[in-house]
Design a protein around this ligand. Structure first.
Ligand code: S3P
Length: 434
């Protein structure tokens, strides 16, 4: 199936809307609820293909899961040792989080298991989890070049390790912590810079002790996780497209409701504010152990900035949207220290630079980032290369192009943002899909 977006320029972004549930938290909710004792009720679950891939994987592992229905999911936990050997390879689809976290969790089981995914996922690096997990005593085989599919062998005795991650990756950290639940002794992971801490927070909510000391986080093997209600907030990574849309379209006034504002995820708010965006957090509160707020964004003049490197891991999924903000800002925006963008659902440095250039915008890719100089740009055809966030970023870019923008290969938007076109249309984007 192929989906193409057509965006006519102009218009304002207005109203109040709630984007779908947080993808990172949705994945983790199924995983931890499955290995907990008791019944967990999840609300606000992301009914996107990535999170559904995780849900189906746990069904295949013998867990009874009801839903999703209107964002509600009920998971009948089987306990730490209750998963069963699946009848076939587990298909993680487009979801790196599903594959990497599952690899950690499956490393400690008594059975063998294979993990596979779509063409994009099968091109992504897995040695970053296989190497440290194997150091714990796991046996995980990758295909050529350290790529999926992964063969995770069961019946291994795992021992805790002290691991200093070479890259700032919440997926690697989480994979090791999940394996650590099955390891003898203590497993500690040190990160070079703070990354999203949803795994740690949720483990605590399930009654598991998590030690945190500056950049090091540790768990001990053999805890009992107890079922706990989970309320998934709206995904700030999905909200980011609307933040940028409202910021770049003069006259816009948009409120995004119940957005997760965990400080390990709010880099995009800081970056847009540094660029001069008018963003206001209102009604700040806590829901299910995670901070949430409504975010009001009004159109404003943006200026180019050098993005502070410490904000990069805190906004890692938002760079497609940030590059579009940069193309609409006065002056040059420079992003450095973002080499991880090259191994996302696509090489996001190249895909975004190519797309911006196709519209006549000024973008120079570098090894670890990009320089984007703002100004006017025309319409034309952009290839999203099957990357959901690239597709949505260029849909937003269409607001300010001088002629219509077409974005190809948008089917994967359904992995993280089901209903994007409809919601964007309601907010004022002149978008249609066919
Ligand atoms: C995620 C971590 C990040 C992010 C991804 C989701 C997670 O990946 O890009 O979309 O849920 O842990 P890395 O760990 O590769 O940085």
């Amino acid at each position: 199936m192929s989906v193409t977006y057509h965006i006519d320029p102009g218009g304002m972004i207005k109203g109040r809307l709630r984007v779908p549930g947080d993808k990172s938290i949705s994945h983790r909710s199924i995983m931890l609820a499955s290995i907990a004792e008791g019944v967990t009720r999840i609300s606000g679950f992301l009914e996107g293909e990535d999170a559904i891939a995780t849900l189906n994987a746990f069904r295949a592992l013998g867990v009874r899961v009801e839903g999703p229905e209107g964002g509600n999911v009920t998971v009948h936990g089987v306990g730490l040792r209750g998963l069963r050997r699946p009848g076939a390879a587990l298909d993680c689809g487009n979801a790196g989080t599903a594959m990497r976290l599952l690899a950690g969790l499956l490393a400690g089981q008594s059975f063998d298991c294979e993990l596979t995914g779509d063409e994009s996922l099968r091109a992504r690096p897995m040695k970053r989890i296989a190497d440290p997990l194997n150091r714990m005593g796991a046996l995980i085989e990758t295909a050529e070049g350290g790529r999926p599919p992964l063969r995770v062998h069961g019946g291994r005795r795992l021992a805790g390790i002290d691991y200093a991650m070479p890259m700032a990756s919440a997926q690697v950290k989480s994979a090791l912590l999940l394996a650590g639940l099955y390891a003898e002794g203590k497993t500690c992971v040190t990160e070079p810079a703070p990354t999203r801490d949803h795994t740690e927070r949720m483990l605590k909510a399930f009654g598991c002790e998590v030690e945190k000391n500056q950049r090091t986080v540790c768990v001990r093997g053999g805890p009992t996780l107890r079922a706990s209600a989970i309320e998934v907030p709206a995904d700030i990574s999905s909200a980011a497209f609307f933040m940028v849309a409202a910021a770049i379209a003069p006259g816009s006034d948009l409120t995004l409701e119940h957005v997760g504002t965990n400080p390990t995820r709010t880099g995009v708010i800081d970056i847009l504010r540094l660029m001069g965006a008018n963003l206001e957090l209102v009604n700040e509160r806590t829901a299910g152990g995670e901070p949430v707020a409504d975010i009001r964004v009004r159109g404003s003049r943006l200026r180019g900035i050098a993005v502070p490197p410490e904000l990069v891991p805190l906004a890692i999924d938002e760079f497609p949207a940030v590059f579009i903000a940069a193309a609409n800002a006065e002056g040059t925006t420079v992003v450095t220290g973002a080499q991880e963008l090259r191994v996302k659902e696509s090489d996001r440095i190249q895909t975004m630079a190519d797309g911006l250039r196709a519209l006549g915008a000024r973008a120079e890719p570098t090894l670890d980032g990009m320089r984007v100089t703002g100004g006017s740009y025309h319409g034309g055809q952009v290839a999203s290369r099957g990357d959901h966030r690239v597709a949505m970023a260029f849909a937003v870019a269409g607001l300010r192009a001088t002629t219509a923008v077409t974005v190809t290969d948008c089917v994967n938007v359904a992995t993280s943002f089901p209903g994007f076109v409809e919601l964007a249309g309601t907010a004022g984007l002149k978008i249609r899909a066919n």
